[in-house]
Design a protein around this ligand. Structure first.
Ligand code: BES
Ligand code: MN
Ligand code: ZN
Length: 505
């Protein structure tokens, strides 16, 4: 983020005496203002009631109306922002995240810097704390802007929302303060992941990611190990090497260890980081190829996640593994038909050089075994087929372990990053049989997301609980939502953080 980030705070001070730019009042569909409106004082209450009676705003989700505050005295807020929250009974954490996003969007547009949110005082369909947290999370996520490459400043850059106060009852204030600190840290992790994927391939390359990992290691209690080309060769990681060999930028395996959970086995998170996927010699068509800079979103999520848990000092052990390479066509690139020996010893016939993610993940998943993790979760923009199957509203989840699959799906639901499980029936594995090697890297019988997961499963240790998240459809936001701007969504960071908090046994 190139401007100062938005800060959120919990306040229990007298609403009517609050000093700031704008008071935010929630309105439910049907035109009813939220209960706690009276706290703003009679003049404000009257002005709002009149506006609603005249149907200036009906309370539909995302509707915004800004009124001048009736009292303009020195140090008093000058505007009242009415915020449509939708039907009261249908309010969910996700709808409140969106509402938070709508508020900051309106603040940007109208050059409002300091806001006080009254909707945080209502119970909605959840506890007050959960509701306030969701509003804050949506606002923080929605305040994200990627402005590294504009010489000309966008007009809303000079004035933007800087502070959001959430009104809360005094007895709940300290609890909310803690939650807001956590949320802020998690969103900082999301921001890191978004930035990494939004930067183009000429900036974020394998070496950039390696340097970032070292920086995280210096700033936080994270032990960073980088395997360079020579190390990869020594370890026999020819999956990673083969994918990277067509590029002038050498591949790497980045390992980040965060240990704050005593002797318990770690959670291993593995993220695909192809910093640009041209397809290699099995070259992709030009349309939308520029989007393939985001083919490192899985790795980006691992970075965001590790930063967040280390800043939160969670009492757990986590190992992050990020295999990273650039997939390019050239005289040194791998050919369709090449056979490579992976670190596990399995030989793979490379039918299609565009199915490169699974080749780098094969070595990383195998390497994860040396940590004897209690569970392995990988995130990868692995298949276009996943976008065909599920679109952009949930990611694919494939697993060899029902218990872990359920936990991950639960964490995703709670975090607002949904997953949907696809089957891995044994029959699907057959299409990966090669005539000359142990397996080939693509099948030809449809179900591309499933067969890709079947390929990965061959490199996961026996009986190791493992979940694969295919984030090809969710890592990139195409339309733009209130709390998720167009571009990288930073998908996976919030899910992983939610999971990590429950992952103590
Ligand atoms: N990175 C792509 C998957 C992808 C495609 C993500 C479109 C997001 C949008 C991956 O490396 C890839 O190219 N997969 C191939 C696999 C195929 C060759 C079996 C694909 O999906 O076409
Ligand atoms: Mn590819
Ligand atoms: Zn790819």
């Amino acid at each position: 983020m190139s401007h100062e980030p938005l800060t959120v705070e919990a306040t229990s001070q007298d609403v009517a005496a609050w000093k700031g730019d704008c008071l935010v009042v929630g309105v439910y569909q049907g035109g009813k203002a939220q209960k706690s409106l009276h706290l703003a004082g009679a003049p404000v209450e009257q002005a709002v009631t009149r506006a609603l009676k005249d149907k200036w705003l009906t309370g539909k989700t995302g509707e915004i109306l800004i009124l001048p505050a009736p009292y303009h005295g020195e140090g008093h807020f000058r505007r009242v922002l009415l915020l449509g929250l939708g039907k009261r009974r249908e309010i969910t954490p996700e709808s409140l995240r969106a509402a938070g996003g709508h508020v900051v969007a309106a603040a940007h547009k109208n050059r409002i810097e300091r806001l006080l949110l009254l909707p945080s005082l209502d119970r909605h369909n959840m506890g007050r704390l959960a509701g306030a947290e969701a509003l804050a999370e949506g606002a923080l996520l929605g305040a994200y802007r990627f402005e590294h490459y504009r010489k000309k400043k966008s007009p809303d850059k000079t004035s933007h929302p800087r502070q959001l106060d959430l009104a809360i009852r005094l007895e709940q204030r300290s609890k909310l303060v803690k939650r807001l600190q956590r949320t802020t840290t998690v969103v900082r992790g999301v921001t890191l992941a978004r930035d990494l994927a939004n930067h183009p391939g000429n900036v974020v390359d394998p070496d950039y990611l390696a340097r970032l990992a070292r920086e995280l290691g210096e700033r936080l209690p994270i032990k960073t190990t980088i395997l360079d080309e020579q190390d990869l060769r020594q370890a026999g990681m020819n999956g990673i090497l083969a994918v990277g060999q067509g590029s002038t930028k050498p591949p790497r395996l980045i390992i980040m260890e965060y240990r704050n959970g005593g002797e318990t086995p770690p959670l291993a998170v593995v993220g695909k980081a192809i910093t640009f996927d041209s397809g290699g010699l099995s070259l992709k068509p030009p349309a939308k190829m520029e989007e393939m800079k985001y083919d490192m979103s899985g790795g980006a999520a691992v970075f965001g996640f590790l930063q967040a848990i280390a800043e939160l000092k969670l009492p757990i052990n986590v190992v992050g593994l990020v295999p990273t390479a650039e997939n390019m066509p050239s005289g040194t690139a791998q050919r369709p038909g090449d056979v490579i020996r992976t670190a596990k010893g399995l030989f793979v016939e490379v039918i299609n050089t565009d199915a490169e993610g699974r080749l780098i993940l094969a070595d990383a998943l195998h390497h994860a075994e040396i940590f004897e993790p209690k569970a392995v979760i990988d995130l990868a923009t692995l298949t276009g087929a996943c976008t065909i199957a599920l679109g952009h509203h949930c990611c694919g989840l494939l697993s060899n372990h029902d218990g872990l699959a359920k936990k991950v799906a639960w964490a995703g639901r709670k975090a607002g990053e949904r997953t949907w499980r696809l089957p891995m029936f044994p029959e699907y594995r057959k299409v990966l049989e090669s005539t000359i090697a142990d397996l080939k890297n693509v099948g030809d019988q449809g179900a591309g997301t499933i067969t890709a997961a079947c390929f990965l499963s061959r490199f996961v240790g026996p009986d190791r609980p493992w979940v694969h998240l295919d984030i090809a459809g969710t890592a990139w936001e195409h339309t733009g939502r209130p709390h998720i701007a167009k571009g990288s969504a930073g998908f996976g960071v919030r899910l992983l953080c939610r999971l990590a908090r429950t992952f103590k046994d």
